[in-house]
Design a protein around this ligand. Structure first.
Ligand code: DX5
Ligand code: ZN
Length: 245
């Protein structure tokens, strides 16, 4: 199984002092930063775009290797994932994780805004890899895990995802209750793919981590549990310990 990776979601950080919040979290033991990008269309909430990622990148050293400390894990809750890959890569994103549900949109990649009906998860993964960064694919609670088999088992290496994200809340907001109903998706993925990076996101805390770890998740996102803690480093350590034990 791949190593434990703790990725605090900066959605729950102080947006007025985001750079410092990011460097503090890394100093407190976080491996990655989970950067939630919401467009007000794919989800009923908005966060920020690439210019903010550029700014926080200057507060956090680039990872020295793929999946290394300081990885910017950008969770793209947006309707046109292909359209923004280049901007986020330029801004310092290391792992661009798009939603399966949005990857068939007639997303415009062209400056003319013309639709590109050929966009599919596989083509998008290939496109992301072509820009030199890792690709992740996320599914919402209402999406069955079965849609992923064909994408993960693709014989073309370029078109295979580097990580799968199983949402354990409806995407859109921090601080929601963990949905244990999503864990069978994690178990099914782990049974088939011992080496795959499997990320869980939503409602993870010291209380819910044992179930997620048991199911086989290794990349753990936590927003309110980390940023709401009086001692974030302790929460990060507990999450890590649960995955490693
Ligand atoms: C929700 C976001 C999550 C969120 C998790 O749409 O994708 O990353 O920040 O927050 P908590 O850990 O508070 O559930
Ligand atoms: Zn997220």
């Amino acid at each position: 199984t791949p190593p434990a990776i703790i990725a605090p979601s900066i959605l729950s950080a102080d947006f007025g002092a985001l750079g410092k919040a990011c460097s503090d979290t890394i100093a407190q033991g976080a491996d990655w930063l989970h950067v939630d990008i919401m467009d007000g269309h794919f989800v009923p909430n908005m966060t920020f775009g690439a210019p903010v990622v550029t700014k926080i990148r200057s507060h956090v050293a680039r990872p020295i290797s793929a999946y290394g400390k300081g990885t910017f894990d950008c969770h793209m809750m947006i309707t046109e994932p292909k359209r923004w890959v280049r901007d986020f890569q330029n801004a310092g994103c290391d792992l661009y994780c798009f939603h399966y549900e949005a990857a068939f949109s007639t997303a415009a990649d062209s400056p003319s805004g013309k639709s590109d009906s050929k966009t599919s998860p596989k083509e998008l993964i290939k496109y992301i890899h072509g820009l030199g960064i890792q690709a992740g694919i996320a599914i919402k609670p209402s999406t069955p895990v079965d849609v992923l088999w064909d994408i993960i088992e693709n014989p073309v290496e370029d078109e295979r995802p580097d990580m799968v994200l199983i949402m354990t809340v409806e995407p859109g907001f921090g601080g929601q209750s963990f949905m244990a109903s999503e864990l069978p998706k994690v178990s099914a993925l782990r049974a088939k793919y011992p080496e795959l990076h499997i990320e869980v996101d939503g409602g993870l805390s010291e209380k819910t981590i044992p179930q997620a770890a048991d199911a086989g998740a290794n990349v753990i996102v936590a927003g309110s549990a980390v940023f709401g803690a009086s001692d974030p480093s302790q929460v990060i350590a507990v999450l890590r310990e649960a995955v490693e034990s």
